[in-house]
Design a protein around this ligand. Structure first.
Ligand code: BTN
Length: 246
């Protein structure tokens, strides 16, 4: 990406991820294009969940990348740079921001941003990656069954210009993407690990059968979370295999 990427701002779509994926099927799309919506009628979250947001209150956007240089087994680096891009932006507005493995952004014990990456694999490498990002900014109330949400306004008691924050996040993604393109991944991976929610100390987790106490030992390049239990056992978890008890 050498030119300033285009931002397509639309009033409504079912999902900005779907919008970009349809664009990819019907026309030539430049790398770095952003689709930003005021409202999504069927916003998508992880684990097949939805993502709801009041019209015009929060940031809802997707960006497309063509990371053909990344092997399928190494696609976690994309989650890492996108989450860092959001976390480093939000840190400018409030303390208490961290990355909850694999790629949720938290403020203290509450979720301020969700990220949904949809990658295609071409032979052994990534074809395209649609990274969808929802950041809670100016919304003041959330549905009572929404899991643990918080917005920047709820934290700081003021409104924000959505476009300004969106552009900072997009700039961050582009800067970090250029770095991984030239193989400069070490410092980004280090930053990711240093930004992790619960990076220190023992906390409660659940493996689907029972709760256990453990500390985060590492996250490997495939995105596996490595926990060390209070009994000294090393346990490896892929996404969805372990729950944080908060
Ligand atoms: C999560 O469940 O944490 C992921 C939420 C991702 C939501 C964003 S909003 C913009 C983009 N479009 C979607 O349909 N989902 C992502």
């Amino acid at each position: 990406m050498t030119t300033v990427p285009e931002i397509i701002h639309i009033r409504e779509t079912n999902s900005t991820n779907n919008y970009l994926k349809e664009l990819l099927q019907t026309q030539n799309v430049d790398e770095g294009i952003v689709v930003w919506a005021d409202f999504q009628s069927a916003g998508k979250g992880q684990r097949g969940n939805g993502w709801e947001s009041e019209t015009g209150k929060n940031i809802l956007f997707s960006i497309v990348l063509f990371p053909g240089f990344i092997k399928a087994g190494e696609q976690f680096i994309l989650s890492q740079i996108v989450s860092l891009a959001v976390a480093n932006c939000l840190q400018e507005y409030t303390a208490g921001i961290s990355i909850k493995w694999p790629n949720d952004i938290y403020w203290n014990e509450k979720k301020i941003c969700g990220i949904l990456l949809e990658n295609t694999i071409l032979e052994d490498n990534i074809g395209h990656s649609v990274a969808g990002i929802g950041i809670n900014i100016n919304q003041e109330d959330f549905r009572s069954d929404a899991p643990n949400p918080v917005s920047l306004k709820q934290i700081t008691n003021r409104d924000y210009n959505l476009e300004e924050i969106l552009k900072t996040v997009v700039d961050n993604i582009n800067v970090y993407y250029q770095q991984i393109k030239i193989g400069k991944t070490d410092s980004l991976i280090k930053q990711y690990k240093e930004s992790l929610f619960r990076k220190d100390g023992y906390h409660l987790y659940n493996d689907g059968e029972s709760n256990f106490l453990a500390r985060i030992q590492d996250v490997n390049s495939s995105g596996i979370l490595i926990l060390r239990t209070n009994e000294g056992e090393e346990r490896h978890f892929a996404f969805k295999e372990v729950k944080y008890i908060i």
